[in-house]
Design a binder for this molecule. Structure first.
Ligand SMILES: [Zn+2]
Length: 639
């Protein structure tokens, strides 16, 4: 089958009809559903998805024009603006528009998409090369800086946009350009070509996905080559060391995720894609092992990753200081990409547990309510009042203490845009015998099993406000099938129709009747948690979690002039749930002032009388003006 035939085949038309979906492995434990098979209804995520479309899209397009990054595609080389990877923000925005079109068929989105595609495609060279920063008179030669140039990374995002377009718009102008670009990459970096990799992974999952769309094994083989080559000290050493771009140890030998967090998870996602498509169980197991290690030892309570600012990187095991949490928004996006692929491959509900944590505590935290300001880094402890950057300035990436309109490196807003547009994809999956629900949000699922049996479900819930989830069977075949529900690892005491269930997956296999309901109750009551004692920076402290949502203490909620540093939380007083916040009991202490902050060991001060102070969801922080904030709170006394 030629690529043109593949792009117009029955399988391709089927995906378009189902609205497309961000990853479509050829094999695996679970199958993804399309963006038109799962519809979010009014609730936590639907609201954010709507804001993404109604506000963030226009905001992003405005800034791509204002910063000149869209204009770069038609500007002469001497007028090219932005960082070396600025093209990719345009590509990620195209991908976001494609998913949005897939789910809504919104003609205005299609019109804006086509206008931008025309400008991008016009910049492609006759041999398929496309990058506004290299190769033209006065610019560095092509592929002269694989460590920092981001050329293959840029191709990766271009290809991802084309993959999204193929699954939603079908065979169009962008898809044709992307096929030419991918052929160029294979020509230059294939067997006998440049035997190297890109400093920033991304081309790997992109090529594997393009293989899934086109059926052309050349792209899969190239993705496999890039995965194989990395880790053999192919790139030059840099100040951060080769672990920064995962070129220190071959992928299948590494013990954990390491180095630059976004690069690490994009690479691992590509490795899962390659492993699944080539039947490479050893590689799949290696990535799963590294994921488990990183989740157990290198992940913040929010699900965020990256605790070193200087290289935006994972630290050593248990190096997770709250006040230095980098936890880049993009690393959250990449972490979902990785966990989603592992979930599809292996079906383990722990992957969906992590996706939930990241969604509620990283993805929901970054954007302002109006969708036009964003956190780039997501600290867990803000010691000084931040300042709101002016709406029309680009700020350096991680220095903003409050949400900013745009960044000099503005990877996060466009990454959020494509995630929100494709969000419905992460709610549920199917297999030969039924449907699995992974994320709880008000939604409708309407799908067919591979044997043609039609199943429709309506999920009613205000989760995570309450943990009550009502699943109504709207359509069911006459024959038995299995409904699988994820019971999160925090949900001890969960029930299904009043009967106690264990955490993990609860599976019900029987004949269902249209109109019947199942009621899942997840106990979302607030609870104090402690960190592994090897996370020294949170020892002697506690955090409050309610369901999947991490809470925080903000100075705007503290009465009087008591600084956050002087508050100790009493773990023996039960926290009380109250209208969207949680009241916890604190005692104020007056930290003694010394000329030297290290003094002879003494018992901690007992503090003043108990006072109740509200804690708010961490994702709500800094929405009421500048405040100081902390997730981890010192305890009144050692328990
Ligand atoms: Zn980012």
């Amino acid at each position: 089958m030629t690529i043109e035939e593949a792009l117009t085949s029955a399988a391709s038309r089927n995906w378009i009809e189902r609205g497309g979906t961000p990853a479509t492995p050829g094999t695996g434990r679970l199958r993804p559903l399309g963006l038109r098979e799962v519809t979010l209804r009014d609730g936590f995520w639907r609201q954010r998805q709507q804001t993404n479309r109604s506000r963030s899209f226009a905001h992003i397009e405005y800034w791509l024009e204002k910063a000149g990054w869209l204009g770069n595609f038609s500007a002469p080389p001497e007028e090219r603006r932005g960082r070396e990877f600025a093209d990719t923000e345009v590509y990620k925005f195209l991908e976001a528009m494609a998913w949005e079109y897939g789910r809504t068929r919104d003609p205005e989105v299609a019109r804006r998409y086509r206008a931008i595609v025309a400008r991008v495609v016009a910049a492609q060279q006759p041999d398929g090369y496309l990058n506004t920063n290299f190769g033209r008179p006065g610019q560095q030669p092509r592929y002269s800086d694989l460590e920092w140039g981001h050329e293959l990374y840029s191709f990766g995002h271009l290809i991802q946009a084309g993959v999204a377009a193929a699954r939603t718009f079908g065979d169009d102008e962008l898809v044709a350009a992307v096929v030419r670009a991918a052929d160029h990459v294979c020509d230059v970096f294939g067997p006998g070509g440049i035997a190297s990799v890109c400093g920033h992974a991304e081309i790997e999952p992109a090529l594997a996905e393009l293989y899934r769309v086109t059926g052309n094994r050349r792209y899969l083989e190239q993705a496999r080559l890039f995965i194989q080559r990395r880790g053999h000290r192919t790139l030059d050493d840099i100040e951060f060391g080769r672990a920064y771009f995962q070129d220190d140890v071959p992928l299948r030998e590494a013990e954990s995720l390491r180095g630059h967090a976004v690069r690490a998870v994009y690479l691992a996602a590509g490795a899962v894609d390659v492993a699944v498509e080539t039947g490479d169980t050893e590689l799949l197991n290696a990535v799963a092992r590294q994921w488990r290690h990183a989740v157990a030892r290198r992940t913040y309570i929010t699900g965020g990753i990256g605790s070193r600012h200087q290289d935006e990187a994972f630290g050593e095991d248990f190096f997770l200081p709250p006040d230095r949490a980098y936890s880049e928004t993009c690393a959250g996006v990449g972490s979902i990409m990785l966990a989603w692929r592992l979930l599809l491959a292996q079906g383990d509900p722990r992957y969906a547990d992590l996706i939930e944590r990241v969604l509620f505590n990283v993805i929901a935290t970054s954007p302002a309510d109006d969708g036009t300001r964003f956190f780039y880094a997501n600290t867990l402890h803000q010691r000084v009042l931040g300042t709101e950057p002016s709406a029309d300035t680009q700020v350096p990436r991680a220095t903003s203490t409050l949400r900013a309109s745009w960044f000099e490196v503005s990877c996060c807003p466009t990454n959020l845009a494509r995630t929100f547009a494709g969000l419905a994809a992460y709610v549920a999956t199917s297999d030969d015998d039924g449907v699995q629900i992974h994320q709880y949000t008000a939604s409708t699922i309407d799908t067919r099993l591979p044997d043609g049996r039609a199943i429709a479900l309506e999920i009613d819930t205000d989760y995570p406000v309450s943990g009550r989830i009502v699943i109504r069977i709207a359509r069911s075949p006459e024959t038995p099938w299995t409904l699988s529900l994820r019971v999160p690892d925090w949900a001890a005491g969960a029930t299904l129709d009043g009967l106690a269930i264990t955490r993990g997956l609860v599976q019900t296999r029987r004949r269902f009747t249209a109109g019947e309901t199942l009621v899942l109750d997840l106990p979302v009551r607030p609870r104090f948690v402690s960190g592994d004692e090897r996370i020294d920076s949170v020892r002697g402290q506690t955090a409050l979690v309610r369901g999947p949502v991490v809470y925080c203490l903000e100075s705007v909620d503290v009465p009087g002039d008591v600084p956050l540093d002087g508050l100790r939380v009493d773990p023996n007083t039960e926290p009380v749930d109250r209208d969207g916040h949680v009241l916890a009991a604190f005692r104020a202490t007056d930290p003694a002032a010394h000329d030297w902050p290290y003094q002879p060991l003494s018992a901690p001060a007992e503090g003043g009388p108990l006072m109740k102070i509200p804690l708010r969801p961490y994702h709500r922080w800094a929405r009421r003006g500048p405040s100081t904030m902390r997730v981890w709170m010192p305890l009144t006394s050692e328990r």
